[in-house]
Unconditional design. Structure first.
Lengths: 653, 318
């Protein structure tokens, strides 16, 4: 292929793409000193201003203008769903079309029958990604039958496949456009940012408003969640095609279409396969949540297990989701890896024969009628429930103390300060510190976002949520960096921990809520605990990679100069891995924010509860939607401040 | 079934394009009028409801030959399902005059199908051990005396009152204000969270004052005692901001979609005839939660043992 291999794109676990992490240029000593002085002055000014202007933190009104506006929108939609042309000729057709797609995929997958589908997936795995992956797929899909969750697993697969098909159909062309046409890329970027920051939970209410409940709404919500990854990674792949190859093809007289179809797309193939992989992973995590709007599948099992306070049953369903994720992930990543290998014609022919044989075999097997209920069944429900019951009974006093300590000692003071800060001071502080830390570009976006929160009439709740998020992110970073450092130093332990981290991240976030509630009661701290469990794995991974990317020569030099391991870590490795750490913090914040919202279901209150309540009570609809918007704005503020940090210090691409 | 639906939806798209636009209910399953089709039951998020649904579904499937689709939905969302045709019946409804007005009177997509026979009680509860230790705690007038017991990290220095799922009917904030109680309402956010809290309050003998309701399967396992609030009188809860009285008793009822009712199938008649007691429901709920049975097993056990109760529900000629 080409002589220079472009650096692999940095894929964040959330599917966000950043350009290859560039070493942050350390600013000159003097500039650093000056910005420190400015920061100190700013901090002092803010503190004084706070002390002078602090308010008594009045409670939010339940009747803000924004709420009434959203309520009136809802009423209009309700009244005009069957009369307005927007619905008659637009949205209702979208709904019908998606329903058609879902039914088609469903018919195709269930038509194969149990044996047929297992064989087909195993064959696809073997042909695309090698026989080991094929075996893994075989075992994984059989496991659904053993867990007694076959039908639900297939339903989840159907929704995921439908959403991924839509995402690829829409995302790949948009990604190509974004890479080729400058203004499209520029317009899309902020839109994609918002789509990715918006917590999954906040999607649901607007979705039911436009598309009612059921599979179509679920697929569309999933698509909105997953498609940014498709667009971003595709754009990245197309953008990275070596210009020499393009030039050579142009010189040979290729048309634009030929350039795209014969040069750019084939050369970006590997990256596009990665895009599909990320899309699948994201879609799978969202499909589970759409159970709340009547999507069938494993999500339903988890929701009903939650209602019966049955952690064990939720664990079974969660395990099935993890298995599905692992199978789909291995098939697509290994398939993507294989696209890099150059094949001779003969190998290619063999491959096609393999595909043919596998297809015929799958069709033949699908004739055999195997009832998945005949498989030996096993459920983890009882042992998991016993374990959880024991922990709940015996750990309660210790966890109670921890909760009270952190709530009273850390959370409450931060919350009080934030809530009593007048909104204009907060906006000014965001603008000032934003400019200082991340440059004026970030501040120009962050400050209006902060002002927008005030405009929504949910100031107090937003600040309470912010306090919870801040405490959660500090805990996440502390834990994540500690484990990440540990993993970077001990290869064998890292290999042991990795599958645990993978599983922890793929488990639907709902599953963590119950044990957290049992140990910590309904409280803000419960949401913090769940958020930390949810956000630590990607942070660990990013920190570990950051540390491992420190050039070995530097480490050796430090060692030969007589550094102790502690000095090596604090003076060499961590400072040099700063880029990776900041990336981890940024990613962690987005994930923590998403989870703190779900925490509204376990007593975290504030914005998360507003969203949950708006979703389940008619008269609170407007407030719920406004709270969803406030969360997005909060996310933008935090994201700009941290992501900007990373960018502003490094060379821009 | 599915392929039929696909074909039907495709045909619908074609025809609708010809004659102008698709309505929101287009492309959904036809209601199970006449022929033995599929009945879509909403499953609201509490176990008592599930018990009703389990028995109705079992009878429809095993005794009458229908197919039943169960949909796990919150109340509000389930009512929306009447409009789209995704839900045929809700088999335990707690009041909801606002929803009745919207969907029954205004939109005319749903109808009332009569009571389930269950009495619904909503109230404030404390665990049994607290009553043994502080006998006068069951009177609201002494709640302020014990407020300190209920302090938590969330209650801002006052006593904590733990409220339930956001979709439930509540007057708690108004009650705390109007009865001048030294308490903060903390929202647990879900039924699961409140049940866990109640279980822990019994297991760890920790104080807890919380919003709860009967029929509820938890009462089969642990004892909780209702705190007496000022007695409910007709109309005392008319203004939600000024409520200073206890919750009324609810007559729980069933709601069906207009299409389902108009079809007047034997399935609809069964839903209409269905009525049983709190004890019946608690028994099935107990099977479901404490004895680890699936909905089908629990319903089968109850149906086998209570033939005289359910026989009259089955419409003649089915």
């Amino acid at each position: 292929m080409t002589a220079t291999v472009p650096p692999p794109p940095v894929l964040q676990p959330g599917g966000r793409v950043l350009t290859a992490a560039s070493d942050t240029a350390v600013p000159g000593r003097r500039g650093w000193l000056r910005s420190r002085t400015v920061a100190a002055v700013l901090a002092a000014v803010t503190v004084v201003a706070y002390l002078v202007f602090r308010t008594d933190g009045a409670a939010d009104s339940s009747d803000a203008a924004a709420f009434r506006f959203f309520d009136s929108v809802r009423d209009w939609v309700d009244a005009n769903r069957d009369t307005s042309p927007v619905f008659l000729y637009g949205l209702n057709y979208v709904r019908l079309g998606v329903r058609l797609l879902v039914d088609g995929v469903h018919a195709a997958l269930t038509g194969l029958g149990f044996a047929g589908l297992v064989a087909a997936v195993a064959a696809i795995g073997a042909v695309l990604a090698g026989w080991r992956t094929g075996l893994l797929a075989l075992g994984g899909f059989l496991a659904f039958g053993v867990l007694g969750l076959w039908e639900q697993s297939v339903d989840t697969l159907v929704l995921t496949v439908s959403a991924v098909l839509l995402s690829v159909l829409i995302g790949v062309p948009l990604g190509i456009l974004a890479a080729r046409v400058r203004w499209v890329g520029a317009t899309l970027r902020p839109v994609l940012d918002v789509m990715q920051i918006m917590p999954t939970f906040a999607y649901l209410a607007p979705m039911t408003l436009l598309f009612l409940i059921g599979e179509p709404a679920a697929v569309i919500a999933t698509m909105i969640y997953a498609v940014p990854a498709t667009i971003r990674i595709t754009a990245l792949g197309i953008g990275e095609v070596s210009p020499t190859a393009v030039e050579a093809a142009t010189a040979l007289g290729s048309t634009r279409w030929q350039l795209l179809s014969k040069v750019r797309l084939p050369m970006a193939r590997t990256t596009i396969a990665l895009a599909v992989n990320q899309t699948i992973m994201l879609a799978l995590s969202m499909v589970v949540i759409t159970a709340l709007i009547d999507a069938p599948g494993l999500g339903q099992n988890i929701v009903s297990a939650l209602q019966r306070v049955n952690v064990g049953a939720a664990f079974d369903a969660g395990l099935a989701i993890v298995i599905l994720a692992v199978v789909l992930d291995r098939i697509t990543t290994n398939a993507a890896r294989r696209t890099r290998v150059h094949r001779t014609d003969q190998q290619r022919r063999w491959r096609w024969i393999g595909v043919g044989v596998a297809l015929v075999a799958a069709v033949l097997i699908s004739v055999i009628k195997v009832n998945p209920e005949d498989l030996p069944g096993y459920s983890f429900a009882a042992p998991v429930n016993d374990l959880v019951g024991w922990i709940e009974l015996h750990w309660y006093d210790a966890t109670e103390g921890l909760k009270n300590g952190i709530s009273a000692g850390v959370l409450d003071p931060i919350e009080t300060v934030l809530v009593t800060t007048p909104w204009w001071l907060f906006v000014a502080a965001v603008a000032a510190f934003g400019t200082l830390i991340s440059g004026w570009r970030a501040a120009v976006i962050a400050a209006p976002a902060a002002a927008g929160i005030a405009g929504l009439g949910l100031w107090q709740h937003s600040m309470q949520t912010l306090a919870t998020v801040l405490v959660a992110i500090v805990l996440t970073m502390a834990l994540g960096v500690a484990i990440g450092v540990f993993c970077a130093r001990h290869d064998r332990l890292a290999a042991g921990i990795r599958p645990l981290l993978d599983a922890a991240q793929t488990m639907p976030s709902f599953v963590y809520l119950l044990p957290a509630v049992a140990l910590f009661g309904a409280s803000r701290f419960t949401a913090i605990v769940a958020a930390v469990i949810f956000a630590v794995p990607p942070v660990v991974r990013l920190v570990e990679r950051g540390l491992r990317d420190v050039p070995p020569t530097v480490v050796e030099a430090a060692l030969s100069a007589g550094s102790t391991p502690r000095q090596l870590l604090w003076k060499v490795q961590l400072p040099m891995a700063r880029g990776g750490l900041l990336l981890a913090a940024n990613q962690g914040i987005v994930m923590v924010l998403a989870m703190v919202v779900v925490g509204g279901l376990v007593g975290a209150g504030a914005l998360g509860y507003d969203v949950a309540a708006g979703f389940s009570q008619r008269e609170l609809f407007g407030q719920g939607l406004a709270a969803g918007l406030a969360i997005v704005l909060l996310g933008i503020v935090l994201d700009r401040l941290t992501q900007g940090f990373h960018h502003s210090k490094g060379p821009r691409r | 079934m599915r392929t039929l639906r696909t074909a039907a939806a495709a045909a619908l798209i074609v025809t609708l394009t010809a004659c102008g636009g698709a309505t929101s209910g287009a492309g959904e399953d036809e209601p199970s009028a006449g022929a033995k089709g599929t009945v879509n039951l909403a499953i609201n998020p509490w176990v008592g409801y599930e018990a009703n649904a389990a028995v109705i579904a079992y009878l429809l499937e095993k005794k009458m030959g229908y197919t039943v689709e169960k949909k796990e939905l919150k109340e509000e969302i389930a009512w929306q399902g009447f409009e789209t045709g995704e839900v045929d019946a809700i088999v335990e409804n707690w009041g909801h005059p606002d929803l009745k007005k919207t969907y029954i009177e205004d939109k005319k997509v749903a109808v009332e199908v009569g009571p389930t026979g269950n009495q619904g009680v909503i109230g404030w509860y404390v665990p049994q051990w607290m009553v043994d230790k502080y006998p006068d705690i069951t009177d609201w007038k002494s709640l302020n005396k014990y407020a300190d017991l209920f302090k938590t990290s969330e209650s801002k220095g006052k006593g904590q009152f733990l409220a339930g799922d956001p979709s439930f009917v509540t007057n708690d904030e108004a009650l705390v204000t109007n009865l001048k109680l030294n308490y903060t309402v903390v929202y647990s956010g879900s039924e699961a969270a409140i049940i866990k809290a109640a279980q822990q309050a019994s297991a760890q003998t920790k104080p807890l004052l919380f919003y709860f309701y009967e029929p509820q399967w938890l009462f089969a396992k642990e004892k909780y005692v209702r705190v007496k609030l000022p007695e409910y009188k007709e109309g005392c809860d008319a203004d939600p901001k000024k409520v200073a009285c206890d919750y009324p008793d609810y007559v729980l009822d069933k709601i069906a979609s207009k299409k389902f009712a108009d079809g007047n199938s034997t399935a609809y008649q069964l839903v209409k005839n269905f009525t049983w007691t709190n004890d019946d429901q608690n028994l099935v709920s107990d099977y479901l939660t404490n004895q680890g049975m699936s909905a089908e097993q629990a319903a089968e056990k109850w149906v086998n043992e209570h033939e005289s109760t359910w026989k009259p529900w089955i419409p003649a000629g089915s």
